[in-house]
Ligand binder design. Structure first.
Ligand SMILES: Cc1cc2nc3c(=O)[nH]c(=O)nc-3n(C[C@H](O)[C@H](O)[C@H](O)COP(=O)(O)OP(=O)(O)OC[C@H]3O[C@@H](n4cnc5c(N)ncnc54)[C@H](O)[C@@H]3O)c2cc1C
Length: 377
């Protein structure tokens, strides 16, 4: 901690749960303003969730050490699994340890939504396993952008890949960008099938049409939901177990708890944000600045966010970047080719150095991440 920084207020116990994109942003944002904070995460290595499809394809990522980054910042890092939250006592349980809080930032991210389809939990591989897929004959279930990125990455690595889902791959993109994405998938050898997966077996997926697809490995990329922890604790959650927040990102049922990133149901004028790093980091910045405002006796401000882009990798040699309106719908502008590969890589690499910058210059996070694309009006 720099000696010139002043300690703010008497609200001593600030605890951030989860050191992903949103939780790290919140913790360094708070610490950078001179306030002590405890950060809890299961593991000392930062998980670059944006790159889990690369891990599935067998690529080695750099080992990013959270304690090393936080050394000397005033953040106490606790490596452990959060087992429960006692909202009445204002404590969290981490293994044998009980940690008290005055303000809690709930940033535990999401878990793959595996419950709805029989067989997924038993047989499917999920990207959260953060390991390489060993079998080279794979069906990727889910035609959202995560499924598309995973299928492309595996195909480029030599897997035989079938990509299956209800929607057309790239449905979120404008017609030209979508056509480009589908052309690259074809060139990589990805076979696309349309349909709803209704059952997963060890070596087969069953579609609503009755069609079956044989495979060596099923990969489930069928969406994300919040962990069960928030509901179990008694926080108000939505149908996807995300903590329902007020306009300032505080839990509507327990305003001493801020919820950020994928773990939060954050409503904007155009609807509830879908989990992205793009929106998660601004929510972390907002929670940090709001807590600091509270310490100064001020009310937290309203959170406002607008999307800017949807960068999609298609293996290491191709990418497409769709620029968007603040509500996430596609604009006419888009990028492909080498400039898109460079753009996507730049965006994926940005968070870790930006945490470092925020440790030294807290306002840098506010400038870069506070508002995401731009305000919605
Ligand atoms: C393959 C893939 C590609 C993606 N591409 C993009 C993209 O291009 N652009 C984009 O904006 N978004 C992208 N996303 C989405 C983005 O990664 C998420 O929205 C983002 O990671 C959310 O950040 P977060 O901090 O809320 O959660 P996370 O990054 O998931 O962090 C949560 C942290 O909490 C920890 N944790 C969870 N439970 C516990 C517990 N009980 N105890 C202790 N620790 C716990 C986890 O280990 C993790 O470290 C992609 C996601 C995937 C899977």
């Amino acid at each position: 901690m720099g000696s010139g920084r002043t300690r703010l207020g008497s609200m001593d116990n600030i605890v951030v749960l989860g050191a992903g994109y949103a939780g790290m942003t919140a913790a360094v944002g708070i610490a950078g303003r001179g306030q002590r904070v405890t950060l809890v995460n299961n593991g000392a290595r930062f998980t670059e969730r944006l790159r889990l499809h690369q891990v599935a394809a067998g690529q080695q990522l750099p080992k990013l050490s959270i304690p090393e980054l936080l050394d000397g910042t005033g953040v106490e890092f606790v490596d452990g699994w959060v087992g429960g939250i006692d909202l009445a006592a204002r404590t969290v349980r981490v293994g044998e340890r009980v940690i008290g809080y005055d303000r809690l930032v709930y940033a535990l991210g999401g878990v793959p939504d595996t419950a709805g389809v029989p067989g997924v939990e038993e047989y499917a591989f999920t990207l959260d396993q953060a390991e390489a897929v060993q079998v080279t004959d794979t069906v990727v279930c889910g035609t959202g952008l995560t499924g598309v990125e995973t299928a492309a990455e595996l195909a480029e690595a030599g897997h035989r890949v079938v990509l299956v889902g209800r929607a057309e791959p790239g449905a979120e993109l404008n017609a030209k960008a979508r056509a480009y994405l589908q052309r690259v998938l074809g060139e990589l050898g990805v076979e696309v099938r349309r349909g709803e997966v209704v059952k997963v077996l060890r070596d087969e997926v069953v579609l609503d049409s009755g069609e079956t697809i044989s495979t060596g490995q099923v990969i489930w990329a069928g969406g994300v939901r919040g962990s069960e922890l928030a509901r179990a604790a008694g926080l108000e959650v939505d149908e996807l177990d995300r903590v329902v927040t007020d306009a300032a990102l505080r839990s509507v049922s327990h305003p001493e708890v801020y919820a950020v990133g994928d773990a939060a149901a954050v409503r904007q004028e155009f609807g509830v944000l879908h989990g992205t790093c793009q929106s998660g980091m601004p929510t972390g910045v907002h929670a940090a600045t709001s807590i600091v405002r509270e310490l100064r006796g001020k009310a937290p401000k309203r959170f406002r966010f607008g999307y800017l882009h949807a960068p999609v990798s298609l293996g290491r040699r191709h990418a497409v970047v769709q620029f968007t309106r603040p509500d996430g719908t596609a604009k006419r502008a888009w990028l492909s080719g080498r400039v898109a590969v460079w753009y996507k890589e730049t965006v994926s690499s940005a968070p870790w150095p930006s945490f470092r910058r925020m440790v030294k210059v807290p306002a840098s996070g506010t400038v870069a991440w506070r508002r995401g694309g731009r305000y919605t009006r």
